[in-house]
Design a binder for this molecule. Structure first.
Ligand code: SF4
Ligand code: ZN
Ligand code: ZN
Length: 307
């Protein structure tokens, strides 16, 4: 915790943004996070006045902060609507607590919540998939099913777009992951706003992409947002964890590294945008969702799991 006074008022500083050389008291810090959130939304044209936004809410710090910030912002858009969509992956001793926290937050904020489960949608759970020891990491299955589940819930809610809670750290970790996987075109196909020019997928927005993870934790703490703190028992992302440690160390030694990397990815997108051809989409023969293959990724995985 920094010593000294807030750079904006005479209050006691609780946080220092090293790369900007400014300190914040708790009130100015919250204002600064809200302002940065608002600027990201405006700069990237993320919201229209009559949007119906499905907010992916897991019960963790990021998604509950996102929900709180969107509720505040949405008050300026009386014709817009928010629905929290939560996914029950079926992870014993983990997901129940998170869903309870998400439920409590939604009722406090007056936001309708829609919960969908892997059991209902796919006939299995993450715990069951893990017990099959299929070779790939649990997250590779769980991540694909979660994307599909959120899409389904968003469609059920009549949403016009999906908001997810990826923060600055998530985004720059993914940029480096894609480089290390030898897949730079994924960087171009990612970003703060994902719009499918073919119109087959709901647009996705990431309004927290300019806010570092540690600022989200502090914002949640200072705002009294209760979130789940235990980690998923199946979490196993060795390469991402190494990248996280590397970037955190770089940020300490060279403040501003994460923002520079995010801006580099943005510049790369501007340069390459027109050159990345979009594959043709068909309907998955099993579930009807758009896919570039005969079966979508989730149905391909389910075939192997339920075989
Ligand atoms: Fe699923 Fe992996 Fe997230 Fe656990 S950490 S909920 S297994 S994606
Ligand atoms: Zn202040
Ligand atoms: Zn399918």
């Amino acid at each position: 915790m920094p010593n000294g006074t807030c750079s904006y008022c005479s209050g006691t500083a609780v946080y220092r943004r090293e790369h900007e050389g400014v300190s914040f008291c708790s009130s100015c810090f919250r204002d600064a996070v809200e302002e940065r959130f608002r600027r990201t939304v405006v700069r990237n044209h993320m919201l229209q006045f009559n949007d119906n936004i499905a907010v992916a809410v897991s019960g963790g710090k990021d998604s509950l902060t996102l929900l709180n910030l969107l509720v505040k912002l949405e008050k300026r858009f009386p014709r817009s609507k928010l629905t929290a969509v939560s996914v029950d992956e079926g992870i014993d001793g983990y997901r129940d607590e998170a869903l309870e926290l998400a439920k409590a937050a939604c009722s406090k904020l007056g936001v309708k919540q829609l919960i969908v489960s892997y059991r209902d949608l796919f006939g299995t759970t993450t715990d069951e998939i893990v017990s099959l020891k299929l070779g790939q990491t649990p997250c590779s299955y769980c991540g694909v099913f979660r994307r599909k589940a959120i899409n389904k819930a968003a469609v059920m809610a009549g949403a016009t777009k999906i908001a997810t809670a990826h923060n600055l750290d998530d985004e720059v970790q993914t940029v480096l992951l894609n480089m290390l996987h030898g897949d730079p075109t994924r960087i171009v196909r990612s970003g703060p706003v994902l719009r499918d020019p073919r119109g087959r997928f709901l647009p996705r927005i990431k309004p927290l992409c300019d806010i570092p993870e540690k600022e989200i934790v502090l914002y949640a703490y200072l705002t009294g947002i209760e979130f789940q703190t235990i980690a998923c028992p199946h979490s196993h992302e060795a390469l991402r964890n190494d990248i996280r440690s590397f970037l955190n160390q770089m940020e300490i030694n060279h403040p501003g590294t994460k923002f520079t990397l995010l801006r580099s990815a943005e510049k790369l997108r501007e340069l390459m945008d027109e050159d990345v051809a979009l594959s043709e989409l068909h309907e998955c023969v099993k579930c009807g969702d758009p896919t570039t293959h005969e079966l979508c990724e989730a149905c391909t995985m389910l075939q192997a799991i339920l075989a």
